[in-house]
Design a protein around this ligand. Structure first.
Ligand code: NAD
Length: 288
């Protein structure tokens, strides 16, 4: 087993971002600014927001946090988003998910200006991801793409794992991870299989994968019987158990296999934050 060190790759990207921010500051005497919004006090969301704010500070990106009460109305949240949309000092807006109500969540995402959409979840950006045929087109058009899937592609590239022509299986079809990960793999010329809770033959499909992405959210759900010899395995799952954080992969069962794999923690998580910083920079340029 070879570990894909997401923490190291993310740190390298963060150093590059820090340099770019310093150059922007030198030229314009201003820096990109990320506005973060947390509705309520979900402890896990609070931890995620704090690490995002800390990452901004470390890279010289400004951040402004808004904590709204858990009983805030949809109108109050959208009102705040509208103010941030028109504020020229704000480059990008991150709405911490999930919301307790999926309908309100989508309406609030829809209210974010597509040019300030830090997580690439606005229908306009999600739509562009489906329309552009290649990663080259997506990159050239500065499309804001969802942070975790973008981080997955970057992990594969930085680890010299070829994507073009390979069979990639993505377990999970959420708008946040599974769906955009599948579209980005497609744009990078993989042959993509999207698996989900109704998939009947998950084990066989996973076993066919040169690249296996698991974004299911079930602790140690996938073991060695699901994985092909020589595969690259990206474990997106973050599951809190009595034994601490674990992924969707039963790590002990695969540790003697000839595979490349991301650990949990220290794999995809740090890349998500690095891509959020990159998106903030991208949004800054889009709003100039
Ligand atoms: P989600 O609950 O929205 O989606 C889970 C997906 O798993 C669904 O699409 C569902 O169809 C699929 N699924 C459920 N049971 C299945 C089964 N038996 N076989 C195949 N598929 C099945 O979750 P999400 O937001 O996509 O997140 C998935 C996991 O990734 C969670 O553990 C989450 O904490 C983690 N996550 C990690 C990061 C990170 O930065 N590392 C970012 C986002 C999410």
């Amino acid at each position: 087993m070879i570990l894909i060190d997401g923490k190291k790759i993310a740190n390298d990207i963060r150093s590059e971002i820090k340099e770019k921010v310093e150059q922007i500051k030198f030229k314009t005497n201003s820096v990109p600014c990320l506005a973060t919004i947390l509705v309520g006090e979900n402890p896990a969301s609070r931890v995620y927001i704090n690490s995002k704010i800390k990452a901004c500070q470390e890279c010289g990106v400004k951040s402004v946090h808004h904590n709204l009460k858990s009983n805030s109305s949809k109108e109050e949240i959208i009102n705040l988003i509208n103010q941030l949309n028109i504020n020229p000092k704000i480059s990008a807006i991150l709405l911490q998910l999930p919301f307790s109500d999926a309908q309100t969540e989508q309406e609030c995402i829809n209210a974010i200006s597509p040019n300030k959409d830090a997580d690439g979840l606005h229908p306009f950006n999600a739509g562009l991801l489906t329309l552009f045929k290649s990663q080259k087109e997506i990159s050239q058009n500065n499309v804001l793409t969802s942070c975790t899937p973008t981080g997955i592609i970057r992990l594969l590239q930085k680890s010299d794992i070829e994507i073009a022509g390979k069979t990639a299986v993505v377990a999970g079809r959420s708008n946040l991870v599974g769906k955009p990960a599948s579209l980005l793999l497609l744009a990078n010329d993989a042959t993509v299989i999207m698996a989900h809770s109704k998939t009947k033959n998950l084990k066989e499909l996973c076993k066919s994968a040169d690249i296996l992405i698991t974004a299911v959210g079930k602790p140690q759900f996938i073991n060695k019987d699901f994985i092909k010899d020589g595969a690259a395995v990206i474990d997106v799952g973050i599951n809190r158990t009595e034994n601490g954080l674990v992924g969707d992969i039963d790590f002990d069962s695969v540790k003697d296999m000839n595979i490349k794999i991301t650990p949990v923690p220290g794999g995809v998580g740090p890349m998500t934050i690095a891509m959020l910083l990159e998106n903030t920079l991208k949004a800054y340029r889009r709003n100039l």
